[in-house]
Design a protein around this ligand. Structure first.
Ligand SMILES: NC(=O)c1ccc[n+]([C@@H]2O[C@H](COP(=O)([O-])OP(=O)(O)OC[C@H]3O[C@@H](n4cnc5c(N)ncnc54)[C@H](O)[C@@H]3O)[C@@H](O)[C@H]2O)c1
Length: 251
């Protein structure tokens, strides 16, 4: 298995799962376009880490919930590294608000960041790939919450379940062009997004007790599965959603 000679774009790569995916891809030989909404220390550190591995890297600040930013990210990718082969739609946000208190703005922010962004990035990527006459592969990041109810997520959970439907529908429309589209639903992964769970002596054991493997996952464990799905070894896999959750949804 390897990603030698491939160019991959990873959104929300400044920390957490996006960083784990970018690291695994670089180790497997891919050149990287790494994006985040903020040009953080994390993004700079990751760029330096990738260069140390001997891979080419471009870091592009941009908000993937905004169409102009999406087009600018892909323009820079194509201009600075050449036509991309791989897209990972990872950027996402989670807020916790009781259903009866949720505002229109809170619904919009989560839905735009988690779902509209993935739709726009899929579209911009596929248009370019098809126009170049090349093949490509996409991984969309959803969540275990596509299948598990947690309190205060009546905006977050639908956005993540919809990522699975987006994946299936886009895969059906672009399959004839040689573009594969799959979805990973991560379980409890040790990242800054869930540091409040990881640091809670009360909550963490309660969540871990629901996971067959009895532990949280690490970002690179999502990266390893993403690397397989975008590789040539997965050439006949498309339209799928895979729970990478240590056996939470199945328990
Ligand atoms: N950590 C988990 O347990 C878990 C579980 C299921 C799903 N997920 C999903 O995995 C993805 C990554 O989560 P994480 O835990 O690494 O989160 P994180 O908050 O640690 O990292 C997410 C990164 O995305 C960036 N980002 C946010 N909005 C953006 C935007 N509009 N444009 C560009 N970048 C943006 C952030 O700045 C941050 O660097 C998210 O889609 C999240 O919903 C995480």
């Amino acid at each position: 298995m390897g990603l030698q000679g491939k160019i991959a774009i990873v959104t929300g790569a400044g920390q957490g799962i996006g960083r784990g995916i970018a690291e695994v891809f670089a180790e497997q030989g891919a050149d990287l376009v790494i994006n985040d909404i903020v040009c953080s220390k994390g993004l700079d550190e990751l760029a330096a880490w990738i260069r140390d591995k001997g891979r080419r890297v471009v870091a592009v600040q941009g908000d993937v919930s905004q169409r102009a930013d999406v087009e600018r990210i892909f323009d820079r990718a194509w201009a600075e590294l050449g036509p991309a082969d791989i897209l990972v739609n990872n950027a996402g946000i989670e807020t916790i608000v009781p259903f009866l208190e949720l505002s229109d703005e809170q619904w919009r922010d989560v839905t735009d960041t988690n779902l509209k962004s993935e739709w726009m990035c899929c579209q911009s990527f596929c248009r370019r790939i098809i126009s170049d006459g090349r093949k490509g592969s996409i991984v969309n990041i959803g969540s275990i919450q596509a299948a598990r109810v947690l309190p205060g997520r009546t905006h977050y959970a639908p956005s993540k379940l919809a990522v699975e439907a987006l994946t299936r529908n886009v895969s059906a429309e672009v399959g004839a062009h040689g573009i594969r589209v799959n979805c990973i639903h991560p379980g409890l992964i040790d990242t800054p997004m869930i540091s409040w769970v990881m640091q809670s002596e009360e909550l963490l054991p309660q969540v871990v007790a629901q996971i067959s493997l009895g532990r949280p996952g690490q970002p690179r464990e999502i990266g390893n599965v993403a690397a397989f799905l975008v590789s040539d070894e997965a050439a006949y896999v498309t339209g799928q959603a895979l729970y990478v959750d240590g056996g939470w949804v199945g328990k």
